[in-house]
Design a protein around this ligand. Structure first.
Ligand code: GCW
Length: 713
């Protein structure tokens, strides 16, 4: 014990002696700024010492995290103790403590209890769990409470994750590029792995564990077979070793034709015994190197990727063959439902449902079907995907996009918490009122035990990890909602802002206000009233609603907005594609009628006349223009709010956000002006009074060209 204490004292003294680190965002929400006002005393009173008898790598990580953070917050190194002490934090599992004064039933392996109690006459805080990983999660939860200004006197918290698999999906390529990545190159240094395991990997694991993320898919769903070769398995194993103490398992995306590409098999037909044997052997090889390997993620028969349908087999045939290979090892398969075929003329929004709904009940018990939040593709707003609630016998895994392909890429401040929340709260009515998407995902609606949620990561080698300080909030919000889908986006924003900037309400309140309306603002300046998919080709940067000449109809923005002399919008009712019929009857009925369709989804489901009157009494055309105006005005307001925060935020992070808000303002205006220039050329109506004409004519906007926009594969 003394030796341990000694090491920590030296390490912390060195940390304290080093010059203050630049506020470059590297520390994320684990920044642990020196507490101000009465907070340091309040925290110190409840953290006089740490009693942490466990000695697994995970238990030590929990203890070290406490020492590290408390040292930074209070400037004093907390002592380690073996005996109860007034004000100590006691980290205990049943195994490490012998017996515990709290009940841990129902918490599973990952849940925790935080309880203020008295031990041998001493007031202490117990963090207890059934396993060491629960202790680590409890430790982060206590720190979160402490740093967001919660009272630490009478704590009585019980928490367990509602969703079993809480995963990041990295769209990282083996050459270091990141598909739809706006935060620099991949953090996986494949070239120097497995020998060099830089410190960033541990910090990545810490950040994820602090918000409860317990798995990561290392490579792009547009996968290369090479990631399944022996050298790459060894590299993945090295990462798994770093992540293991933090409760994070690794998974790999696989390319369907890997057996042909790597071993010269003549086919990848899932019913071919040789193919099945190849995958079994491959799974055995992986599990030998990574005994707790999580499993496979598959994008098949989607956007040019090969898959079982190439052999006239179904998605279920394909998924089940892979599932059999990982099953003996406890692995799972996540099979993506993001499909739309080049030879299917039906509404793109209907195709995933049409393909997958008939397969309900056919998937093996270790398969999850991974469904994007909406039926098209991570747009600023989409109604919830009709598959949610429609496949009761299959565990459906949510796929959100944390990286902001369609919401302003790296620079726009568009907090995604409200988007995630809106989808999770949506009512599918699959089993009557209250059958929310959250209940589909957490398994409670149909009694599924295998449950999952994935977020496409926004992480790269940028010092701030996510391309901007505010993008970190999207990663944070994803993790927090994955743990508990009922948390509110606003509460999460408050936590994040307090830890990232300062718990002072004078900072938190305006920051949260900016964040909470920011996604709606992006909807307004990009695709208001249910419009979608109007961005530039390929790189998806900026507006291009006029594009009409791409080979596949559903690649063209005009396919989605269908603006003509009469009006605008995609008729998905009976008179159109009838996509509404894919929803449960009460939802279908609501979406079938423009009067009962929420205005925010209006043009997603209906082609509406330019002069139709909306609820506000305005015509559709005028309302459209006003939404564009409001979106731009919101960004201008964020700029003002941020300027007022100058005295409260360090220079480096203040300046980055200020510069990015400047870019956002320019681009919001560009989206508005270009879209209105184009739609006005079709609608032929004047702008309502008070709305300024676009800065340039339509041809100017059409001539913009961005060959080097980032993130484009
Ligand atoms: O959103 C689209 C992206 C592609 C992506 C695809 C998918 C990984 O533009 O870059 O490919 O979705 O989710 O498979």
């Amino acid at each position: 014990m003394l030796a341990r204490l000694f090491c920590w004292t030296i390490a912390s003294a060195m940390a304290a002696a080093s010059p203050a680190m630049a506020e470059d965002g590297y520390d994320l929400w684990l920044r642990h700024a020196k507490a101000e006002g009465s907070m340091p005393q309040a925290i110190a009173r409840h953290a006089t010492a740490i009693m942490a008898p466990g000695n697994s790598a995970t238990a030590l990580a929990a203890r070290d995290e406490l020492v590290r953070s408390l040292t930074k917050i209070g400037g004093v190194v907390p002592a380690l103790t073996d005996a109860p002490q007034e004000g100590a934090i006691w980290l205990a599992t049943l195994a490490s403590a012998g017996n515990l004064p709290v009940k841990l039933d129902g918490l599973g392996q990952e849940g925790y209890v935080i309880r203020s109690l008295t031990r041998n006459g001493r007031a202490m805080t117990l963090i207890a769990a059934n396993s060491d990983i629960g202790l680590l999660y409890g430790t982060y939860a206590w720190l979160r409470l402490a740093e967001t200004g919660a009272s630490l006197d009478r704590l009585d918290v019980r928490s367990a994750p509602r969703v079993k698999l809480r995963l990041l999906n990295h769209w990282d390529n083996l050459d270091g590029t990141v598909e739809r990545g706006y935060a620099g190159q991949s953090i996986w240094d494949w070239w120097r792995l497995p020998d060099w395991k830089g410190p960033r990997y541990t910090d990545y694991a810490r950040a994820n564990a602090s918000i409860g993320i317990n798995g990561t898919v290392l490579n792009n769903v547009n996968a290369k077979s090479d990631s399944l070769t022996a050298p790459y398995i060894a590299k993945a194993a090295a990462l798994a070793d770093v992540f293991r103490p933090y409760g994070i398992k690794i998974y790999l995306s696989v390319k369907w034709t890997a057996p042909m590409e790597l071993s010269g098999l003549k086919t990848a037909d899932p019913m071919d015994p040789q193919v099945a044997a190849w995958w079994k052997a491959k799974a055995n090889e992986i599990y030998k190197a990574i005994p707790d390997f999580g499993g496979f993620l598959v994008k098949a028969n989607s956007e040019g990727q090969p898959g079982p349908q190439d052999y006239k087999r179904s998605h279920a045939d394909g998924a089940n063959m892979l599932a059999a290979a990982v099953k003996p090892h406890g692995g799972i398969v996540m099979w993506r439902a993001f499909v739309y075929a080049h030879d299917n003329p039906d509404d793109r929004a209907k195709q995933a449902y049409s393909d997958f709904k008939p397969l309900d009940g056919q998937f093996a018990d270790n398969v999850l079907v991974q469904v994007k939040n909406g039926a098209i593709d991570f747009q600023p707003r989409e109604p919830f995907h009709p598959l949610f609630g429609a496949m009761p016998k299959t565990p459906l895994m949510m796929e959100f996009q944390i990286t902001k392909e369609y919401l302003g890429q790296s620079t726009h401040l568009t907090y995604l918490g409200p988007l995630f929340e809106e989808t999770l709260d949506a009512d599918t009515y699959a089993k009557g009122k209250g059958s929310t998407v959250a209940k589909v995902i957490d398994g409670s609606l149909e009694g599924h035990r295998l449950t999952g949620i994935a977020g496409v990561a926004n992480i790269g080698v940028d010092r701030d990890w996510s391309g901007s300080i505010f993008n970190q909030a999207d990663w944070y919000a994803f993790g927090r909602l994955a743990w508990n889908p009922d948390l509110s986006a606003e509460a999460i924003a408050r936590e994040w802002a307090a830890q990232t900037f300062s718990p002072d309400p004078k900072v938190v309140d305006p920051v949260v206000t900016m964040m909470m309306g920011s996604r709606e603002a992006a909807v307004d300046y990009m695709t208001p009233l249910g419009l979608a998919h109007l961005m530039g080709t390929g790189h998806h940067y900026g507006p291009a609603p006029w594009i009409a000449d791409l080979a596949r109809p559903e690649w063209n923005p005009v396919y989605y907005h269908k603006a003509d002399m009469r009006g605008i919008g995609f008729d998905r009712t009976k008179t159109g594609s009838n996509a509404v019929a894919q929803y449960a009857p009460p939802v279908a009925k609501m979406f079938a009628d423009p009067k009962t369709t929420p205005e925010r989804d209006l043009l997603w489901f209906h082609h509406v006349a330019w002069d139709a009157k909306l609820k506000s009494g305005e015509t559709l055309w005028n309302s459209l223009v006003h939404h564009y105006d409001e979106g731009v005005a919101y960004v201008a307001n964020m700029q003002k709010t941020w300027e007022r925060l100058r005295p409260a935020v360090d220079v480096e992070r203040f300046n980055q956000t200020k510069a990015f808000l400047g870019i956002q303002y320019r681009e919001a205006k560009w989206w508005r002006d270009a879209s209105l220039a184009y739609f006005q050329s079709i609608a032929n109506r004047p702008l309502p009074s008070g709305s300024l004409p676009p800065e340039h004519d339509l041809n100017w906007y059409k001539a913009q060209n961005f060959p080097y926009a980032p993130g484009h594969p």
